[in-house]
Design a protein around this ligand. Structure first.
Ligand code: ZN
Ligand code: ZN
Length: 288
């Protein structure tokens, strides 16, 4: 469990840097990403990024979270740490700091999460992302078992579960927070304004919890080609002073820092002046 008590006070004292950061990328151990971690470091150099965090998909024992081609096994964890450490050492020679994170799952059925929670309790990572991958059988079966079938019900259930994840204290940042709009779980095009009440209730929980939300630029290359979260949700989050991390969700080296320039320019027009990353579980502020 991460200790999130008194977050805002304790973070005030932490240092502010001007680094360019990318806090979401994968390794081939998940079975659907490509390239040696060292190539991601080289790509960071090319994109002017001086700090990257690897966040491979967390191992899960329950088959409903899909294993083959989706995530590493528990046996792969030492290899994961070793290849990230190798990239970290290489990064020192080219001016890129490399951190070790993990993309963990959010799911409403706590029994299915026990194994993952034990894993997080016994491992140490700089950064833990929380993701609700609604496209996996785990969430689709849960929706069916609860008779949630209309878009309104599914969107409400999704953001409710994500809000509970925020309050759980397990994660540092919520990854691709409106990913419900891609991968075909909804029937119609997702428009945040149609779901304002459930989304703003969710954002209130995030603001209360003190954790971050992720700006994820991979939204620009899939589904409806919009950054995660949608700019309207971003506005609602900024109103609540929710802190943001940023990640490309790279599954190949050439995606590192993808679309950061236009997205950061847009964030500045929205009045956002800071982003954040995590090192040893501590939030560090980056001035835009
Ligand atoms: Zn992935
Ligand atoms: Zn994800």
């Amino acid at each position: 469990m991460l200790d999130t008590a008194g977050l805002s006070e304790s973070y005030m004292a932490l240092p502010i840097t001007h680094k360019r950061i990318d806090s979401h990328m994968h390794t081939p151990l998940c079975g659907h990403a490509y390239g040696d971690p060292i190539e991601y470091v080289d790509a960071a150099v090319d994109s002017g990024i001086s700090l990257i965090t690897f966040t491979c998909h967390i191992p899960m024992k329950d088959d409903r979270f899909a294993q083959e081609g989706i995530r590493m096994n528990h046996d792969d964890v030492p290899t994961y740490k070793a290849i990230v450490e190798e990239a970290c050492q290489y990064g020192k020679s080219v001016g890129v700091e490399v951190l070790l994170g993990i993309e963990a799952e959010i799911h409403p059925d706590q029994e299915a999460m026990q194994d993952m929670n034990n894993f997080l309790d016994t491992q140490s990572f700089d950064f833990v992302l929380g993701s609700l991958h609604h496209q996996l059988p785990a969430f689709r079966i849960w929706l069916k078992n609860n008779s949630f079938s209309s878009d309104e019900e599914i969107v409400a259930a999704y953001f409710h579960c994500l809000g509970e994840g925020a309050m759980s204290g397990l994660y540092h940042s919520l990854s691709h927070p409106d990913v419900i709009r891609v991968y075909g779980t909804l029937m119609r095009t997702f428009k945040p304004a149609d779901h304002q009440a459930v989304i703003t209730q969710f954002l209130d929980k995030v603001a209360d919890s003190g954790i971050c939300m992720e700006i994820n630029t991979s939204g620009l290359i899939k589904g409806d080609f919009i950054v995660h979260p949608d700019p309207l949700i971003m506005d609602w989050a900024i109103e609540r002073e929710i802190p943001f991390t940023i990640g490309s969700d790279s599954h190949t080296p050439h995606m590192v820092g993808q679309f950061f320039e236009p997205v950061i320019a847009e964030l500045k027009t929205k009045g956002l002046s800071k982003l954040h990353y995590f090192k040893n579980g501590e939030r560090i502020t980056v001035q835009l």
